[in-house]
Design a binder for this molecule. Structure first.
Ligand SMILES: [Zn+2]
Length: 322
């Protein structure tokens, strides 16, 4: 396996040297990969939401293929380690679409060993929400060391529809630059998908505007962008990262807050069943609902998956808060 990689690498180097005459200018490298791209463009996405967005932007374009690197049930990539199979997939790609903002914790390995792979960061230029919870300082520090969050940035941009729209526009624009051959098609598809997302956003805002009690409690840190979008007030996040259970002290603090602020709804995620949710519900009378951050979905990658999940989320919010 390793020998094979080395062989490919050597062949690539020879190809580069012969076409660029050993020049060290970056433009030569770009020329080579653009020439390769004109034939067939292989785009790889890091995880489910990037896959769905990119599929919408590239659909019906001949010669452009999109592969999701991770299984559709993988979820967020906070502590994800690249497998040999992932590396194989990446080696066949010209463009790698990632969320960025620290979500893909393995990025240094990719950029370090695949200098010809163009990285497309969907969250580029977006204003991020930062962590503000004091009690989470230790965990946050660990997160930074593991490369999961840069300076406590919350990477779940796509969970808010406005963030999703910006990411889709970013992917569309950057794909057009990296693969100008198909720029027109990318733009046409991006515009059409953004239109659909805008309509969904408007529908949700309209349906939620009269809700008075907007205090909620969530599990895992995926929902700040969603909450900001719809003016929901997250009074507490119980499990900050999947798999970590709150201590008895944290649990009783959450219960106290829920009672004080008259919180009626707890929102868990389908991907991460929250053990503590039932305890809290029993103690407070608040109900547990499921909100979907769209990090998993059907294998085939239904292009409507994001909008369908948001529609379901809207119904959940109406049931929970009205
Ligand atoms: Zn996450």
């Amino acid at each position: 396996m390793r020998v094979k990689i080395r062989k490919v690498f050597i062949l690539l180097m020879i190809a580069l040297m012969t076409t660029s005459g050993c020049g060290n200018g970056k433009s030569d490298l770009t020329k080579v990969s653009t020439a390769q791209m004109n034939k067939k463009v292989n785009i790889v996405t890091s995880f489910y939401p990037m896959y769905i967005f990119t599929k919408n932007i590239t659909k019906d374009i001949p010669d452009v293929s999109v592969t999701n690197m991770t299984e559709p049930q993988t979820g967020c990539l906070h502590d994800y380690q690249l497998s040999p199979a992932d590396i194989k997939i990446l080696e066949k790609a010209q463009i790698f679409v990632v969320n960025g903002a620290g979500m893909e914790s393995f990025m240094e390995k990719v950029t370090g060993r695949m200098s010809n792979l163009k990285i497309l960061e969907a969250s580029k230029g977006i204003e991020f929400i930062r962590e503000e919870h004091e009690e989470n300082k230790d965990e946050k520090k660990e997160g930074i060391e593991a490369g999961t969050t840069e300076e406590g940035i919350n990477p779940h941009v796509w969970v808010g529809i406005s963030g999703a729209i910006k990411e889709v526009m970013n992917i569309g624009e950057q794909l057009s630059k990296l693969d100008p051959e198909h720029a027109e098609e990318y733009k046409r598809n991006t515009d059409a998908y953004v239109k659909k997302l805008e309509a969904q956003k408007e529908k949700m805002h309209l349906a939620l505007k009269d809700i008075k009690n907007k205090n909620i409690v969530t599990f895992h840190e995926a929902f700040p962008y969603f909450a900001k979008e719809f003016n929901l007030n997250i009074v507490d996040v119980v499990e900050r990262e999947p798999g970590t259970e709150p201590s008895a002290g944290e649990l009783s603090e959450t219960i106290k807050k829920i009672k004080e602020l008259n919180v009626k709804a707890l929102f868990a995620e389908p991907q991460y069943p929250a053990k503590s949710a039932d305890t809290i519900a029993r103690e407070t009378g608040a109900k547990v609902y499921t909100l979907d951050p769209v990090v998993t979905g059907p294998k085939e990658g239904d292009t409507e998956a994001y909008i369908k999940a948001m529609d379901q989320n809207l119904q959940t919010l109406i049931d929970a808060l009205k």
